[in-house]
Each structure stands twice: as structure tokens, then as C-alpha cells.
Design a protein around this ligand. Structure first.
Ligand code: MD6
Ligand code: FE
Length: 215
């Protein structure tokens, strides 16, 4: 289904990718340069790092966080923590423009009043993938997740409530925002290995920002 929710001149459309899950094409296109500028400052304080899964595997996605809480993984499990384990300092604060964009996208998708306290920042390079998983370390599953794609495109897999459920493939391009919550909140999803590509602002990389109300 394709809804003409936005300014037709921008050719922005919303695509339903699951129950209560929407892909807002190009929703962050105009704000992307400002997002990347702010990201530079965040990365200087909290650099990307490869976390380890509870099973002992190094993740191919490099991660960092901003906001009051940051998502981390290590041998003991997945959780949200207020301090960067690598530096012992609080995560960089969530820029007001990030929070506003996430709030606007959530609202556009039918989730009013979204107030993120965590932003996980993911970096993908050619070959990087993210295996099927559920996002379930947050306290309140009534709150959606807002996911912003920047740079090189990716193929996103969106499944159902069980790992074995059939998945749908969705292309995520620079400036796209996926919002999901409600009936899809705990659906399995992942990212296929990134194909080599080039983006004018980000070179060979794909960055993904996922905003959550974690605490
Ligand atoms: C990514 N995203 O797009 C990985 N999780 O790089 C996620 O794992 C994700 O995009 C929950 C909601 C939206 C997402
Ligand atoms: Fe996820």
C-alpha cells in the first residue's frame, strides 16, 4: 500500500511494511546534512566500536550511542546503560534536532508524543550484516522505534513475531525513516550484507540511527 501523506512535490510516500509499521520514504532527506554534522561531534566523544554478542561473536556492525541511555552488548547480555563502558563517561546528549525528527516521524506514522531517550548509531560497510533479531530490551513496548537510514542503501528484512516467520525485503535508502510499533513492535528484522556502493555524503558507508524510549 502506498499513501500520499506528504508534499507531492517531494515525492515522499509512506509504505506499509507490516501491521503498525511504516516506511516514510525520504522523510529525513532535508535534515540529513544537519544530522551528519551533529553526528561528527557525537563520534568524537563516543567512537564507533564493535561490540561482542552474549555468544562471544564480534558484531560486524560498528555501534555507538547518544542520549540518556545507550544500548550495549557484551558476554553478559544486551542492555541499556547510562555510561559508555569504553570511556566511563555519560553518552553524548541527544541533539534536539534528532529528537524532533524522531518525534515528527513517529507522529506521521500515528504514534503521537514519542520522546526518545536513546539513539543507537550503527555503521555498516560493504559485507556488514545484522542477523534477524527482536528489539526487546526497552521497558515500554507501547512506544515505537524510529529508524533513520543514511548513506549507502540496504536491504532490510522484516518478518513476524517468530524467527521462522516469512520475511519481506524492503530497500532502505538515504533519508528513509522506518517507524514501527503496535502489532509489529516485537517482529523479527535484520539487514542483509551491504553491497558495495557509494553515497555522495557518506562514501562507502551506511549509517542507521534508531531512536527508542528505552527507560
Ligand atoms: C538497521 N535496524 O536498519 C538496523 N530495529 O540498520 C534495526 O535493527 C531496527 O531499523 C528496530 C526498528 C527499526 C530498525
Ligand atoms: Fe532492531
Amino acid at each position: 500500500m502506498s499513501l500520499d501523506l506528504f508534499d507531492a512535490a517531494d515525492c515522499r510516500t509512506a509504505i506499509e511494511i507490516g501491521p503498525d509499521a511504516l516506511l516514510l520514504r525520504g522523510f529525513a532527506s532535508n535534515t540529513a546534512p544537519a544530522l551528519l554534522d551533529a553526528l561528527g561531534h557525537i563520534l568524537a566523544q563516543a567512537p564507533f566500536r564493535h561490540m561482542v554478542t552474549p555468544g562471544g561473536f564480534r558484531m560486524s556492525v560498528a555501534m555507538t550511542n547518544c542520549g540518556a541511555l545507550g544500548w550495549v552488548s557484551d558476554e553478559t547480555g544486551y542492555r541499556y546503560v547510562p555510561f559508555d563502558p569504553q570511556t566511563g563517561r555519560a553518552w553524548p546528549s541527544l541533539p534536539a534536532g534528532f529528537a524532533q525528527l524522531a518525534r515528527d516521524a513517529a507522529s506521521q506514522a500515528g504514534f503521537d508524543g514519542f520522546t526518545p531517550d536513546a539513539c543507537l548509531i550503527n555503521r555498516y560497510e560493504p559485507g556488514t550484516r545484522l542477523s534477524l533479531h527482536q528489539d526487546r530490551n526497552e521497558r515500554d513496548f507501547t512506544q515505537p522505534i524510529v529508524s533513520v537510514s543514511l548513506g549507502v542503501s540496504a536491504l532490510f528484512l522484516f518478518g513476524g513475531p517468530r524467527r521462522a516467520d516469512k520475511t519481506r525485503r524492503v530497500e532502505l535508502h538515504h533519508g528513509d525513516i522506518a517507524v514501527w510499533g503496535g502489532r509489529s513492535r516485537l517482529h523479527y528484522h535484520g539487514v542483509l550484507p551491504i553491497k558495495p556502493g557509494h553515497h555522495a555524503m557518506l562514501g562507502e558507508q551506511r549509517l542507521n540511527l534508531t531512536f527508542r524510549k528505552a527507560g
